[in-house]
Ligand binder design. Structure first.
Ligand code: SF4
Length: 96
């Protein structure tokens, strides 16, 4: 997905290899309740899918299909990562 506003993750060079270059952006921002199947089909073979998904997660993208996932699917990933972070042990190192 092309970026139009200031984002947290600045390296967007991966977008040059996106499968969705030249594809109607509306396909990736369907109306509420509309099918996301076609957009996800474009994403399925995209070589930068992981970059796209991580970009959307890092920037809290609320709308559209990114990395082949809807906002609801991305929200699940964010939640499970937050739970994993909370469960991770805290490592304290001493400095002299
Ligand atoms: S994963 Fe989908 S939305 Fe992301 S760059 Fe690839 S084709 Fe575009």
């Amino acid at each position: 997905m092309r970026i139009g506003r200031k984002q947290v993750m600045l390296d967007t060079s991966w977008q040059d290899l996106a499968n969705c270059l030249g594809v109607d952006p509306d396909l990736f921002f369907p109306e509420r309740g509309a099918s996301t199947r076609e957009a996800k089909e474009v994403c399925r073979g995209c070589v930068v899918r992981e970059h796209c998904l991580e970009y959307a997660l890092a920037n809290g993208e609320k709308f559209g299909i990114w990395g082949g996932m809807s906002e609801r699917e991305r929200r699940r990933i964010r939640r499970s990562r937050a739970v994993a972070r909370q469960a991770a042990p805290v490592v304290v190192t001493e400095t002299a």
